[in-house]
Design a protein around this ligand. Structure first.
Ligand SMILES: [Fe+2]
Length: 392
């Protein structure tokens, strides 16, 4: 980063000519009032970070002696030997909505909704099942990981890989949101094409924490999730004691930038059938096109089941004057495209769902899609009606 004095502040003029500047460090983000942490930027990078100068050994991983009398540990992606990530049911209402496969075989995924209220002190979580992607819908998540700290706002997402210990504070009080857990693969950034298929998240939009540690020799409990079960063990120090690290297996968050540019285009999503199952939710605002999807809710479209907008909207969209317009302002939705067939849980169908047999009236003629569309809005949950129950 260039020395600050070489950069004139924005919105000011200066008569001082630039005389040149040299970078003195890698780019990191600037803390803000709602996110006090600093991040490195990029996706899939090999990063390096040290909270104490000289803590990271240069050139090799296992010198005989480390600076500050530190010891080293490896977290291997292919054969994770330790790691804990998860919320416990005491501080998090976690309900399974849908999924497929099983974590024992490392095949498949699961989708959850969560309600969280408070941090249980001296407790960390580690999910050995797989990587988790968290989408807060209400309430920021102040996450301490072994690799550093992340503040995740509603409208952003965070990915915490399997085997990484973390704990979550709720700086805004109670919160809720969505979690997707994948048992096998790691998340990748899709090829974007000329403007991207639906969005244009760029690698540099993703933020990775910098090393941050504490000295804490008190008793801690680590809750580990493995093959769908929770285990605990105690240790005599905080798990967040990593002074320096390097590698590419690090948690990250993303502001979910969304932008689409088009002309001479039928703008609403046309009627379609997907090989993928669609799980869609609202973070905020209103889904402008149709239906009953509210913030905190989810919709489910099974593979190859036809769905889209009705005839009235089709008429409107095909006759409206095409002028530049902002759409979806104040709202944010997300879509999980899942290549496998997934089934809804008993909880989603019986205790949570607002299962709707969508009327086929108003479909575009000719009736290409003559069978009844089944859609449901699940997961609209509040702080009072979600009671975690095992076995659902
Ligand atoms: Fe769709």
């Amino acid at each position: 980063m260039a020395p600050a004095e070489a950069i004139p502040p924005a919105n000011t003029t200066t008569t001082t000519p630039f005389t040149g500047a040299a970078a003195s460090g890698a780019f990191t983000t600037t803390p803000t009032a709602i996110d006090p942490y600093t991040y490195q930027v990029g996706f899939g990078n090999h990063f390096a970070s040290e909270a104490l100068t000289g803590a990271l050994p240069i050139g090799y991983n296992t010198p005989q002696r480390y600076a500050y009398n530190l010891i080293s540990e490896q977290l291997n992606v292919f054969t994770p030997t330790n790691g804990n990530v998860e919320f416990t049911l005491q501080d998090l209402g976690l309900k399974t909505i849908t999924g497929h496969g099983n974590s024992m075989a490392k095949e498949g995924l699961a989708v959850y909704i969560y309600l969280a209220n408070k941090l249980i002190e001296k407790r960390a979580f580690c999910n050995n099942n797989g990587d988790i992607l968290i989408l807060p819908q209400e309430g920021r998540l102040d996450i301490q990981t072994e690799f550093g700290k992340l503040m995740v706002l509603p409208g952003e997402l965070v990915v915490i890989q399997a085997g990484i210990k973390f704990s979550v504070r709720m700086p805004d009080g109670a919160g809720r949101g969505y979690i997707q857990e994948v048992f096998r693969a790691h998340y990748e950034l899709p090829k974007l094409g000329p403007v991207g298929s639906n969005g244009m998240a760029q690698p540099r939009d993703f933020k990775t924490p910098v090393a941050s540690f504490k000295v804490d020799q008190s008793e801690w409990t680590v809750v580990v999730k493995l093959v769908g079960k929770l285990f605990t063990y105690n240790q005599g120090h905080t798990p967040f004691n990593v002074v320096a690290w390097h590698g590419n297996y690090t948690p990250y968050n993303d502001p979910s930038i969304y932008c689409q540019v088009a002309c001479n285009t039928f703008r609403p999503p046309y009627y379609h059938r997907n090989v993928c199952t669609e799980i869609m939710g609202m973070v905020c605002g209103k889904w402008a096109l149709s239906g009953s999807l509210e913030p905190g809710g989810l919709t489910y479209e099974p593979s190859y089941m036809p769905h889209g907008e009705g005839q009235e909207l089709w008429k409107q969209a095909t006759s409206v004057e095409l002028v530049p317009q902002r759409v979806g302002e104040g709202s944010m939705a997300f879509m999980m495209h899942i290549s496998a067939h997934v089934s809804l849980t008993k909880y989603a169908l019986k205790r949570c769902a607002n299962l709707q047999k969508m009327q086929v009236v108003g479909r575009i003629e000719p009736p290409l899609y003559s069978w009844e569309k089944i859609s449901c809005a699940v997961g609209r949950h509040d702080y009072y009606n979600v009671k975690p129950q095992n076995g659902e």
